[in-house]
Design a protein around this ligand. Sequence first.
Ligand SMILES: NC(=O)c1ccc[n+]([C@@H]2O[C@H](COP(=O)([O-])OP(=O)(O)OC[C@H]3O[C@@H](n4cnc5c(N)ncnc54)[C@H](O)[C@@H]3O)[C@@H](O)[C@H]2O)c1
Length: 452
Amino acid sequence: MDSKSAIGAVAQAFIDKINDKSAVIGIIGLGYVGLPLIMAYSRLGYNVLGVDVDQKKVDALEAGESYIGHISSDDIKTMVGSGGFAATIDFSEISKADAILICVPTPLNHHREPDISYVLETTRAIAPHLRQGQLIVLESTTYPGTTREEMQPILAEISGLKPNEDFVVGYSPEREDPGNPDFDTASIPKVVGAATKDGLAMISSLYRVMVPQVVEVSSPETAEAVKLTENIFRAVNIALVNELKLIYDDMGVDVWEVIDAAKTKPFGFMPFYPGPGLGGHCIPIDPFYLTWKAREFGRNTRFIELAGEINDNMPKHVVSRLAHAMSEHQKKAVNGAYVLVVGIAYKKNVDDMRESPSLTLIELLQERGATVDYYDSYIPVVPQTREHAELAGMKSVDWDEATLKKYDAVLISTDHDNIDWQLLCDTAPLIIDTRNALSKFVRSEGHVIEKA
Ligand SMILES: NC(=O)c1ccc[n+]([C@@H]2O[C@H](COP(=O)([O-])OP(=O)(O)OC[C@H]3O[C@@H](n4cnc5c(N)ncnc54)[C@H](O)[C@@H]3O)[C@@H](O)[C@H]2O)c1
């Protein structure tokens, strides 16, 4: 048998196992992306294996407990009760999986350069346990070339197996949007790329059983670039509306009203909304993966840099708007004032505060001499973060009239649906609204609401 037909047999055996549901699906990294993914395959009736370096997560899952706000413990219990679920920190178990999906973090380092160390650590940890016939898919966001140039050689060298003959690597970007009621892991089309035709057939079969549409592209690098393009598109468009907000604000024009009217055009326009700055694990970070890789080709990413600059400046703009409003309406300074920041998750209705601009807002206000509290029922305590270590342990205040009355100014940073906005309108003397959260609420007599 020549090597080409051998690959065909390996691929066919994999596809058969996917189709008759005897394949074991292994997910590495059980966070915001990996946990919904493992649940989706479990719901389809596959035996699933979760691997994480965090023993606490493994223990929680085995006990039927969720550690992610929008995922219910009942759903975890259903998965555990199916009998086809196992979780472990032991990477040798991965030899049991036919498909290995990697969903580990891909942050930036202190120099704002890609940190793919989690991906490489995972690659090194699974390589000794690789066996013939496995498909390894990277789902973490990264720059073009990571899967084929970085992961594949490590897997081949440590395992002694031949890429594209014994095992196959592929890339499929995760497009999870936590907290979005309209889409979940199983309803978002999947883009897939692999180095060979057989690899592509394997990766397509893996996702075709889960999602309504699988979009095949010609290489892992293309699939990696698709994800970056989606997130760069968002970062640049958010920067654009943030800039428009500042300009229209000077002209006395409400940018939210403009966007709401503009989006009635049935073609050629897509609404993006301004805010206090970019947050989340993706949009503030992923574009810079391309910036770094582009340098290798002597290219600058000017749109990305400009968008980053505009978005990074938003918290400063918001704080100076607040200072101006306090001085104009209350004849008070930020120095010595009591300020409440409402919402510190990076977006509404989630318990995720990675890269949230709210922490920058709190620090900027503190630097100006304000005493700052925050309210967010999704985040009762500020966790440890690399950039804002000194805010760790800060606790959300109570949400009641007596508490709200204490503050000179309230700054709305995240517009969770579960907040009693009318109570805020009735009690706070001055509100700076960065999310247009109060557009439908009644402003009480003598209370000032300004958009920023
Ligand atoms: N969160 C999102 O909305 C989202 C959306 C699309 C893409 N992504 C991308 O998906 C990837 C994962 O993001 P996330 O939000 O799920 O991250 P996360 O931090 O929520 O989860 C990552 C998990 O990986 C585990 N982990 C870390 N190092 C590990 C290792 N060496 N081996 C095994 N497990 C390890 C962590 O303990 C954690 O449970 C990132 O590349 C991210 O950019 C995230």
